[in-house]
Design a protein around this ligand. Structure first.
Ligand code: PMV
Length: 342
């Protein structure tokens, strides 16, 4: 480790940026909740223009980890999750001979993180948050992890964060164990000019976050059926992206979102994220597609709808979506890069 400030008690810091991602083939449910080994492989696109920027400073004189998110000092569950993640990173640094074993339990860090997109915008911030954090830790401690290992590290903080490490269009291989469960890019952002129009219908915080939601998947009688069909949908979706075949892409993407929400609804307790307005937008977009527009939908663990289309649909779709009664805002994002140090 390089001592960057030449003081007696060294500090190591770095700043990283990562983008959130939208999954076309969803991750829902784990084989191993602690390691976040997913039940199935998933597919996503990073979202350009939206970002998390995180600075981490490890400092021997600190007594505990701290987390400042969008200018507000965090306590409780948010801080505990970040601290648990940093424990894994410290352990890794000791294993790699970068951190002295006696420092593993007390080389605390100050984490300062800002999102360029509003909370409750229907864009999962945990993906960009843990991808940026993994990248920043890598830079600060000088771990120099190859991309697959960075993706695995990010996965420990949030499953979908593994997909925000590589660039563009990304597949997260479910794998068998910690080592084989990581994400990699299969096409750069420039490959296909898709746009994600995130239609905000509700700004409230979701009642059940995905970390609490994943363990419920196995209580649904539909879970096994969903998982049994994922590989086929993923193959269709990936090939459709590679061939820029919007029709096949829309089929696989919409069907996969429906399957995830079917599992959510039939879990105990039941998770029901959609509102009437969610449903209305799904109907509306389906109607527009029948009229010949290259548009489709996907919904994460919340009521806001991601309307995916080709760039040439933007002039039609953006004002049309904004004009729907009850729509609060529409955020536009294009295919984005992977995580990086600045
Ligand atoms: O990474 P998590 O634990 O926030 O889970 C993400 C789950 C979904 O957003 C609903 C689906 C996905 O694949 O991103």
């Amino acid at each position: 480790m390089k001592d960057k400030n030449h003081s007696q008690k060294p500090t190591h810091s770095a700043t990283a940026i990562a983008h959130p991602n939208i999954a076309f083939i969803k991750y829902w449910g784990n084989r191993d909740d602690a390691l976040r080994l997913p039940l199935n492989s998933s597919l996503s696109m990073n979202l350009d223009g939206l970002e998390t920027r995180t600075t981490i400073s490890f400092d021997e004189s600190l007594n505990a980890d701290s987390l400042t998110l969008n200018g507000i000092l965090q306590e409780g569950a948010g801080l505990a999750r970040v601290s648990a993640f940093l424990d894994s990173a410290r352990e890794l640094a000791v294993q790699r001979g970068i951190l002295k074993p006696e420092l593993q339990k007390r080389y605390f860090a100050q984490v300062v993180s800002e999102n360029s997109f509003p909370a409750g915008a229907g864009i999962a911030s945990s993906a960009s948050a843990f991808a940026a954090l993994a990248m920043a830790v890598d830079g600060a401690l000088g771990l120099n992890l190859p991309e697959a290992q960075l993706s695995r590290l990010a996965r420990l903080g949030s499953g979908s964060a593994s997909r925000s490490i590589p660039t563009g269009f990304v597949e997260w291989h479910a794998g068998q164990d910690d080592e084989s469960s990581y994400a990699e890019s299969f096409a750069p952002p420039s490959h296909w000019d898709l746009v994600d129009m995130v239609v905000i219908v509700d700004r409230g915080h979701k009642q059940v976050g995905s970390s609490q939601g994943h363990p419920l998947a196995r209580t649904s009688p539909l879970n096994e059926l969903r998982v049994a069909g994922v590989d086929e949908r993923l193959k269709v979706c990936k090939n459709a992206i590679l061939a820029r075949d919007f029709e096949a892409f829309a089929w696989a993407t919409e069907l996969d979102s429906e399957w995830m929400h079917a599992v959510m609804r039939t879990s105990t307790p039941s998770l029901r994220y959609w509102t009437e307005l969610t449903e209305l937008i799904l109907w509306q977009v389906r109607y527009w597609r029948q009229q010949g527009h290259a548009l489709c939908t996907t919904v994460d663990a919340g009521p806001n709808v991601h309307v995916i289309g080709t760039q040439n649909e933007l002039d039609f779709a953006l004002p049309a979506l904004k004009a729907l009664p009850g729509v609060m805002d529409v955020i536009v994002a294009r295919p984005g890069a992977g995580a990086g140090l600045i």
